[in-house]
Every structure is written in C-alpha cells, then in structure tokens.
Design a protein around this ligand. Structure first.
Ligand SMILES: Cc1ncc(C[n+]2csc(CCOP(=O)(O)OP(=O)(O)O)c2C)c(N)n1
Ligand SMILES: [Mg+2]
Length: 415
C-alpha cells in the first residue's frame, strides 16, 4: 500500500513562499460577472456579502491627534472643492472636463502627508487632495479648471497637467498612464547622485498599472534601490472596465514579488492605514533600501470624469462603498472613538473649511481669463526667455548608496 497523500503538504525545498503585508481589517471578496442580453452588456455582483457593516478605522502607529485632525481637514477640503468644481462645471464655468476623487480622499491626502517638504510627488487625476497637501490652494486648482490667467498654467491647460518644480516639488503629470513612474524614479536617482536618499511618491490605477512603462519604471527603481513609493490605486474600475477583467492576480500588491520589493495592501478608505503604510515606505526610502508598492483598495465613487454617469457600475457596489466613506469613517473615529474632536470642535472645523473654500471659489470665479495677446506666451521658448536649472545639478557622488547584497551591481549601473 502506498502512503496516503497529505492534504496540507509541508512546504518543501521546491516550493517558495512570499509575504504580502495586509493592513486591512476586512477583506471584501466579491467578484463581478459580465452579463450579455442581446446587444446589451452589464455587470452583476457574482458573489460576496455586501450587507456587512464597515470595519472600524485601524489605530495608527504613528499619527498624533493633531496630525489625524490635519489629514481629516485636508480630506474635507478635497471633497468640498470637488463639489464646488462640479457646480462650476454645471454653471458652464469650467473649460473641458472635471475628474473626481470621491471616495479616494484618504488615499490622496494621507499618502502625500507622509512625504517631507523637500521630497517629491507625482499626482494623477484623482489626487487633487495630494495637491492640496503639497501646498496648492483650492483657488489654484479651480482656476486651473476654469483656465484662468492666474492658474498654475496661466490658462494654457484646463485640467491636471500642472506641477511646481521650484517650491512644492510636484511633477506635472502628462496623460499617458504610468509615465510618472520612471520620472519619479529618476528624481530619486538625481537625489542619490547628490548623496541623499529621499522618498518620492506617485500613483497608478488598476487600469494604468497594466502599461509597460509601469514595469520599466518600477523595475528600474527596484534594481537601483531608489526611494519610490508607488501607490497602486485599485478603485475597481478603469473607465468602464472592472478590475476583474484587467488582471488575474488576486491582489495587485502581489506584483511586488516580481520586482523583489515589499508589497503592501491597505484599505484605501482608512486614512490611518494609508498613512502608516506610506510612512513606513518613506522611511525605507530614506534609508536607501528602495521602493515599495502599496495597493490601496477602494472604489471610484463617480464616473471616470464628469461626462460619465457610471451606469455600468452595479448599484449595490455603490451602497457597499458608501458605507465605507473615508471622511465619515474618520470623522466617527475622531469624534466618537478617540474623542479627539468634540461635536462642537468638529462643526467649527467644517465651517472653517467651508469658509476657506467659499473665499477661494469667489476669488477663482472673479479672476480674469488670459488676454488673447498672451496666448503664445510661455508656450514656445524664445531664446533667453527662461532657464531650466537642474535642481540636483551635477553628480557629487559616484555610484550612490545602495544597501544590501546587490550593492556592487547597483553601483555599476550608476556609472
Ligand atoms: C497609456 C495610456 N493608455 C490609455 C489612456 C486612456 N485612459 C485615460 S484614463 C484611463 C483609465 C484609467 O483607469 P485606472 O488606471 O484604473 O485609473 P482611474 O481612472 O480608475 O483612477 C484610460 C484607459 C491613457 N491616458 N494612457
Ligand atoms: Mg481604476
């Protein structure tokens, strides 16, 4: 008689195991099914219990009361500004479209909050909260959408293609998904060549992470041990394509294994989890140990942009994620669980955010459009009109500092 096969075989020498850190207090596991009826196509939730109540906020290992309240304030400002933008669009004051990060405010604000002032951010369209944290005002962003002369691009662009490489260390995104990743890695390399390891952060969606440049950029950062913090915003939709039809891995954090870097999963609607994971990734970056991939799970609570009513999203999914509203959850945590804000202090804070937003909205609406004569200004470079100075200048160190066993190889690549 042969040996009875064991059901749960012990790991053997030919079986490798990997670790993915998962910060979440709940792990939703529903899947979507594509249903065709004639020419019509729609999605249904196939399995999973959507009636479960939202989990509590996970206690932060690092955030103080003041910092938690500050992040909450940024998130409120983020949301109120987007509501104002929606109204401005409906009043015909916005030139072009508007993109929203509804439901993603914790991911945007708490991630950017983990960066130091002299570090760098590359935002994507849903990270307007991150722009606020980095020092752009709501008026800047609203003027940008209205193409006003006082906007960051002086009315030359009417959406998210702006940054500030002088003061705020924000790289202007272009639309091509994933292209910020090698750019941010390059900034970390530039800093390394100056002899310092910094954290740099950028974002990519569940759709955008499929691009080749995402692989190239992250692999380069991994090989060179550059301090890139890549936030993979898994909001379940890329335009109208559900995440289930975009990739086969269970969690996008698993991608990290292939780069041999840490992969972490957080609940993107829990600001404390987002901050803690980002803080740890930034600290690792500052120690010169290389990049981290953080997958933030949440849902895009509006369409791709204002023109998209998101009819293809099954209604029960909206109900499920509405119960996980990042602002309502953090508010409940601050007011009821921690009692860090009294009900009155909370009202005062909200009123203050609304006052600031209204003042910025007024200012943005009343500011002038660019003059027709100025249209070509700043678009074409005339000899001597401006200078592009490299922030990190010429290399001061050869090879840079790379920790760990691959030290020599990493240094060779930098020559
Ligand atoms: C390389 C590239 N391919 C396609 C597009 C067009 N496009 C813009 S946004 C988008 C969907 C992005 O989905 P996801 O990455 O999940 O981000 P989300 O909008 O959900 O934040 C697509 C396909 C693009 N901008 N760049
Ligand atoms: Mg998406």
């Amino acid at each position: 008689m042969g040996r009875k096969p064991t059901k749960n075989a012990e790991p053997t020498a030919d079986l490798r195991t990997y670790t993915i850190r998962d910060y979440r207090l709940e792990k939703p596991s529903f899947t979507l099914r594509q249903v065709r009826t004639g020419d019509e196509l729609h999605y249904e939730v196939e399995s999973g219990d959507l009636s479960v109540p939202a989990p509590p906020i996970r206690e932060s290992k690092y955030l103080s009361r003041e910092q938690c309240i500050e992040i909450y304030r940024w998130m409120l400002l983020n949301r109120r500004m987007e509501t104002a933008l929606e109204n401005l669009y409906k009043q015909g004051k916005v030139v072009g479209g508007v993109y929203f990060g509804l439901g993603q405010e914790a991911c945007s604000c708490a991630s950017a909050y983990a960066l130091h002032k002299d570090e760098w951010l590359g935002p994507m369209i849903r990270n307007q909260g991150a722009l606020l944290v980095r020092g752009f005002s709501p008026a800047d962003i609203m003027m940008q959408y209205m193409a006003k002369s006082g906007s960051p691009t002086k009315g030359r662009d009417a959406s998210s293609h702006f940054g500030d490489i002088k003061e705020r260390n924000v790289v202007a995104p272009i639309s091509t998904l994933g292209d910020l990743i090698p750019v941010l890695a390059g900034i970390a390399l530039g800093a390394r060549l100056q002899g310092k390891n910094i954290a740099v952060m950028t974002y990519i969606g569940d759709g955008g992470q499929s691009t080749g440049v995402t692989y190239e950029g992250l692999n380069f950062a991994a090989v060179q041990r550059l301090g890139l913090v890549l936030m993979v915003e898994n909001n379940l939709w890329g335009y109208s394509t559900p995440a289930d039809m975009q990739f086969r891995v269970k969690d996008l954090a698993e991608r990290a294994i292939a780069y041999r870097i840490p992969g972490v999963i957080v609940d993107g609607t829990d600001a404390c989890q987002v901050y803690d994971a980002c803080h740890e990734a930034c600290e690792r970056a500052r120690r010169g140990e290389g990049p981290t991939l953080i997958e933030a799970k949440m849902m895009r609570m509006k369409g791709h942009a204002i023109h998209d009513a998101a009819e293809y999203v099954p209604k029960p999914l909206f109900e499920y994620w509405r119960k996980r509203d990042p602002i309502a959850r953090l508010e409940d945590y601050l007011v009821h669980k921690k009692k860090w804000l009294s009900a009155n202090e909370n009202h005062v804070l909200i009123a203050d955010v609304e006052r600031q937003l209204e003042a910025d909205r007024e200012f943005a609406v009343n500011s002038p459009m660019p003059t027709p004569e100025s249209a070509a200004g700043g678009v074409y470079c005339e000899a001597g009109c401006h200078q592009v100075r490299p922030k990190y200048a010429v290399p001061k160190v050869r090879g840079g500092k790379a920790e760990g066993p691959k030290k020599t190889e990493a240094a060779v690549h930098l020559k």
